[in-house]
Design a protein around this ligand. Structure first.
Ligand SMILES: [Zn+2]
Length: 289
């Protein structure tokens, strides 16, 4: 297996691209449209011809993961794209996907760039439990909703490509933190962490960012998600806004402030988005009562 730092718009240690080499060659994630040239460079440096790529497999279709999917599919004439059943329509008819992204991400969507459509004949729909035969190994789809409803964790032996379902991993500070934007479903996210914890994994491959040994990760991740939710809920009940809640999290969660210092405004907006996603969840739960 190969992996490389995609560096979209020069942002380092943000997006990891993985290439699985078996009898079939599989790319996990493409990154956004704006980093298409970097993606091609990275694939070339791994010594792989674009025409030899068989499968292009995102964990989900947020723009930072698959915004460049259509661009890459045009360059890889023999590849199939393998996506969640609920994402098939969006990647073949990109208008709603792009408008939704603009609405949700604003100028960040513009920075990532507009996706290109993929013809439905080149899309494979991956139900939960779906297996892709790669030759000596298989790549199995485990639906892991929470971060996004169409999120898939891809399991390859005792390794898994977890996308954003376990949050963001910062190898340099040995910490991971939740990423829970938009219409975040806390119940499903915790269920997804639980089902991943049962896979007896050795190694976890994050999109943001890089590989991590699986020992202890699931319990730690569960704790972190629950602590964040209880801090956000406490702030929400005191009518604090997301900025104020983030300041509390910075004090409470070891290392979190460092991610803000290192990655700046982009990171801050991501954390604010996670807090707002959790606040949205709390609001919807309260409305049910
Ligand atoms: Zn992401």
């Amino acid at each position: 297996m190969f992996w490389f730092d995609l560096q979209p718009n020069g942002e380092t240690e943000f997006i990891t691209i993985y290439i699985l080499v078996d009898k079939k060659i599989t790319l996990i994630e493409t990154g956004p449209a704006c980093s298409h040239d970097n993606l091609i460079d990275g694939i070339n440096k791994a010594g792989i011809a674009l025409s030899d790529i068989d499968f292009i497999v995102p964990t989900h279709i947020h723009l930072d993961h698959f915004g460049g999917g259509g661009h890459l599919m045009r360059a890889c004439e023999n590849a199939k794209a393998v996506v969640h059943p609920n994402a098939v329509h969006h990647v073949s008819n990109v208008d709603k996907w792009w408008l939704g992204s603009l609405d949700f991400l604003g100028e960040v969507a513009e920075l990532y760039g507009e996706p290109l459509p993929i013809s439905e004949s080149r899309i494979v729909s991956a139900a939960d439990g779906f297996e892709l035969d790669l030759g000596n190994t298989k790549l199995r789809s485990l639906h892991t909703p929470g971060h996004a409803p169409h999120h898939i964790t891809w399991v390859n032996g005792r390794s898994a490509f977890v996308g954003d379902s376990l949050g963001l991993w910062y190898p340099e500070i040995d910490k991971s933190f939740p990423v829970t934007p938009g219409y975040y479903r806390h119940d499903l996210a915790l269920d997804s962490i639980d089902s991943m914890s049962k896979l007896n994994l050795e190694e976890i491959f994050y999109t943001h960012f890089g590989p991590r040994h699986a020992t202890g990760v699931f319990q730690e991740t569960l704790n972190e998600f629950q602590i964040w939710m209880s801090i956000v809920e406490d702030g929400f009940n005191k009518n604090l806004n997301s900025e104020e809640i983030l300041d509390i999290l910075f004090l409470a969660q070891d290392g979190l402030k460092l991610t803000d210092i290192k990655h700046g405004i982009h990171q801050r907006n991501t954390h604010l988005g996670s807090i707002e996603g959790m606040m949205g969840w709390i609001k919807r739960e309260n409305e049910k009562k």
